[in-house]
Ligand binder design. Sequence first.
Ligand code: KG4
Ligand code: ZN
Length: 348
Amino acid sequence: MSFELPSDECILGIETSCDETSAAVLKNGSLASVVISSQFFHNRFGGVVPELASRAHVRNILPIVRETFARAGMASADLTAIAVTYAPGLMGSLLAGLNFAKGVALGLEIPLIGIHHIEAHIFSALLEPSKPELPFIALIVSGGHTLLLLVKDVGSYEFLGETLDDAAGEAFDKVGKMIGLDYPAGPQIDALAKEGNPDSISFPRAMINDANYDFSFSGIKTSVLYWLKKHGYHENDTSLKKDIAASFQRAVVDVLVTKTLRAAKEHGVTHVVCVGGVSANSELRARFERECSRSNVRFFVPRPLFSTDNAAMIAMLGALKLARGQRSDFSLTALPRVPLAPRPEIAL
Ligand code: KG4
Ligand code: ZN
C-alpha cells in the first residue's frame, strides 16, 4: 500500500529534541526548504550538555525559522499547520521547540501536531523520490535507539526487537572516544574504516544467530577496550586506528544487516527501511543495498542529511498525521522518554 500525502497543506516542522535546531517546510507533500543547525560546541565536552543545548535552541529557533521561510519563498501566513517534536529527548531542548510551536499555532490559528521523534525517523524514508510501501521492516539506528519494527501503517507498529544495552550509535561514539576521536565519532569511524582492514581484528557479533530480533552492543565496546589495553594502543598509530575502526564497524554492520534481513524474510515483507543517524554509515548502506538486492528485497534509506536529526522528517510525519485527521491540543507537553512500540509483555 502506498502513502497518500496531502496536496493542499503547507506544514512547518520543528525539531529541537537534542543538539540540532531545525525547521522545514513541506508544501503539497514535497519539501520546500529545510535548515539544520548543529551545535558543534558540545564536541569539546565529549557529549551533549543539556543546559547549553536548550539555551542554544531558544537563541536559534526564530532566525532558523525565518531562514526556512526565506528559502521556501513564503511567509508565515501561508502555513496551514505546524508539526513539532514533543518526545523523546532532552527536556529543556524539547520545551524550547514545543513552546515556540504552540506560540505559532496559537498566533496563526492553525493546527498543532505533536510528533514522536523516533516515529518521524521511520518516515524520513518518504523524503526521497523512491518511497517504501506498507508493510515494511524498519531498522531505526541512532545514538539512543536500535529498534526493529514491522510497520503496518502510520501509528501501527509491531515490535520485533531492540538493543538490550547500548544503542549502535552509542557504541560508535564510545569506541571512538577510546581510540581518541571527538564526539560524535560515527562519521569519523566511517571515514577511517574506508582505509582500514576490516578483517584485521575479530570483534564479537553478539546475538547474530539468536532466534530473536534483539541486539547487544556493550560486549563489542568492552572487547575493543580489552584489545586496546592488551596491545598497547597509542592514538598516534594512524594505521592501527584505521584497522580498529574498520573491524569494529564491520562487526556492527554484520549484525544489523543479518538480523534485519532475517526479519524481512520471516515476515514475508519485501520492503526494508533503515533510518536514524547510524544509517548515514556508508558501509551499512552499501551492505544493505547488496544483500537486499540478492534477496529480492527493496531497500530504502534517506540521504545522509535526513538520516541524522532534521525537521523535514517532522513535517513529513505531520503531513501523514494531518491526512489521517490527527492533531494535538495545547495540553501537549514535552516528554523525555516515551517508547514508540514497547516490548510486548511475556506471559509467564
Ligand atoms: O539520529 P541521530 O542524529 O540522533 C539521535 O536521535 O540519536 O543519531 C546520532 C548518532 C550518533 O551516535 C552518531 O555517531 C551516529 O548517529 N552517526 C553515525 C554516522 N553519522 C552519524 N554512525 C556511524 N556512521 C556514520 N556515518
Ligand atoms: Zn534522532
